[in-house]
Design a protein around this ligand. Structure first.
Ligand SMILES: NC(=O)c1ccc[n+]([C@@H]2O[C@H](COP(=O)([O-])OP(=O)(O)OC[C@H]3O[C@@H](n4cnc5c(N)ncnc54)[C@H](O)[C@@H]3O)[C@@H](O)[C@H]2O)c1
Length: 465
């Protein structure tokens, strides 16, 4: 009997001859679930262990394509679990990132590449590739990798157009290779627990969902005003770049195909018209309002030292001041948020109608002080209110409230749980181990493309999968 079964059967408590009433008291007062009992015994990881995981006969080998922020997080899994994953090679146009990855993963110099294309000039030499390049550079390496027989971990968004998404899906089917999409929210304990409760019909039939994606205001300024995703032309529309996670999670929780969507949203605040008097092109150009601006680059990057990964800082911290200040003078991260070439909406709402009649109201908001998705699920027998760390379920008949809570990182602990499932899927050659395989993930993108079309044309769009 596995540890999970052992606890799930409440075997442990019964062995100690606690009567059922007492068991219920223990579990109900905490959260009403056997999982909380397990948690009391410090068995956090066991709770979310996929029972299909096995000890692999050898580690999976992977090539990291794009060793930036996301790629490094996924590759870190190899450092944490070297018996499961080895990073065999790295490709990035940024030589600092190639060197850093090579050092961390002990990669031979002949396996360091300065462009994704060079990887595929060689015969296949690893099990899989991890593609974490910019949004518009997913399709070509992914198609090439599949043609050459590699399995793939593909960052979201899958691709910038619906046509390209479908092409990747088609190629994955043709080649029979595994493509896991980095919809990391599906792997978080929080959303997995919600999904389990919904599927068990504890709150009856789902009637509707309200889901808020708060992009904390500094995060918004960093990524979608100053950063690489600020313009939908050179990145992808924000509903795809940021919110395909949300269309995916809503669709997953509802468990039904989406039928129609309409969407409103615009760029209201981060525009030239709102540039304060006395502001300058760059925060360091003598801006008169720098000290009172919540988006001051000097404050965010230099004084508060936040989101520094874009500056490729060396280990020697003595050099940081100089490099950050130079970055604020020369890169987009030092520019005034009101004088950029950004076009991404800073607020949008989308209403989705599912084929089974469930409705979902989704909001993406930039002007908030907090992160962490807020979700309310309305069911026929109860409801759930949650904020990605805690949720409270209330059952209508009894008024009984059940609280679930777990502190994790800003991705809800999903990044490395995704990696674990992906490595297992590759090692066992079983895509069923992934809850975000390409065929399950494409629909969320089609929902996002339809929402963007609706936003631009003010129409109600059909979602045709
Ligand atoms: N799953 C998530 O939650 C999540 C979160 C943030 C970003 N993303 C997505 O992950 C992807 C990467 O984002 P990031 O934040 O890591 O960006 P990043 O800029 O930090 O990393 C991208 C890397 O790709 C490299 N690159 C560019 N052209 C290349 C080429 N021709 N060959 C090889 N490498 C090349 C860049 O030099 C850079 O190091 C994007 O598609 C982004 O939308 C996903």
């Amino acid at each position: 009997m596995s540890l999970r079964q052992f606890i799930s059967a409440r075997y442990l408590l019964r062995t100690f001859k606690l009567v059922d009433d007492a068991i219920d008291t223990v579990t109900d007062t905490v959260t009403g679930s056997w999982k909380e009992v397990a948690r009391m015994f410090g068995l956090h990881e066991d709770l979310f262990e996929n029972p299909l995981h096995k000890k692999l006969s050898r580690p999976v080998t992977a090539i990291l394509i794009g060793a930036g922020h996301r790629g490094s997080i996924y590759a870190d899994y190899a450092t944490k679990s070297p018996d499961e994953l080895i990073i065999e090679a790295v490709a990035d146009t940024n030589h600092l990132r190639v060197s850093k990855a090579a050092k961390q993963h002990n990669i031979k110099s002949q396996n360091c590449f300065s462009n994704w294309e060079d990887v595929f000039k060689r015969e296949k030499f690893a099990d899989a590739v991890i593609i974490a390049t910019p949004d518009k550079l997913h399709t070509a390496p992914c198609l090439k990798a599949l043609e050459m027989g590699y399995d793939v971990l593909l960052e979201k968004p899958i691709a910038p157009t619906e046509e390209e998404c479908r092409k990747i899906l088609q190629k994955a089917k043709e080649t029979g290779r595994i493509v896991g999409v980095c919809h990391v929210l599906r792997y978080t304990p929080y959303f997995r627990e919600l999904k389990e409760i919904i599927d068990a019909k504890t709150i009856g039939e789902i009637i509707s969902v309200q889901h808020l994606e708060p992009i904390e205001h500094v995060h918004m300024s960093h990524s979608y005003v100053r950063g690489k995703w600020r313009n939908s032309e050179f990145a992808t529309p924000i509903i795809l770049a940021k919110s395909c996670h949300d269309t995916d999670i809503i669709r997953w929780l509802v468990g039904n195909e989406a039928d129609n969507v309409h969407c409103f949203g615009n760029l209201k605040w981060f525009t030239n018209a709102n540039a304060p008097e006395g502001s300058t092109e760059r925060c360091m150009d003598g801006c008169l309002v720098e000290k009172s601006c919540p988006y001051s680059a000097l404050q965010i990057y230099f004084r508060d030292r936040k989101r520094l990964y874009v500056f490729d800082l060396p280990e020697n911290k003595n050099k940081w001041d100089e490099i950050i200040l130079e970055g604020l003078k020369t890169t987009d991260y030092g520019r005034c948020v009101y004088r950029m070439d950004n076009d991404q909406p800073d607020h949008l709402t989308a209403n989705i109608l599912f084929k089974n009649g469930v409705t979902a109201a989704f909001s993406m908001e930039a002007h908030v002080s907090y992160e962490g998705r807020r979700t309310r699920i309305m069911g026929s027998k109860g409801d759930i209110v949650g904020d990605m760390e805690t949720f409270v379920m209330t059952e209508f008949m009894t008024g009984k409230k059940t609280t679930w809570s777990m502190k994790t990182d800003s991705h809800g602990g999903g990044d490395h749980r995704l990696m674990k499932d992906w490595v297992q899927a590759i090692g066992q050659q079983n895509p069923a181990l992934l809850s975000s395989s390409i065929d399950l993930s494409v629909e969320s993108h089609i929902m996002a493309f339809a929402a963007e079309k609706s936003r631009r044309s003010r129409t109600i769009e059909d979602i045709i999968v």
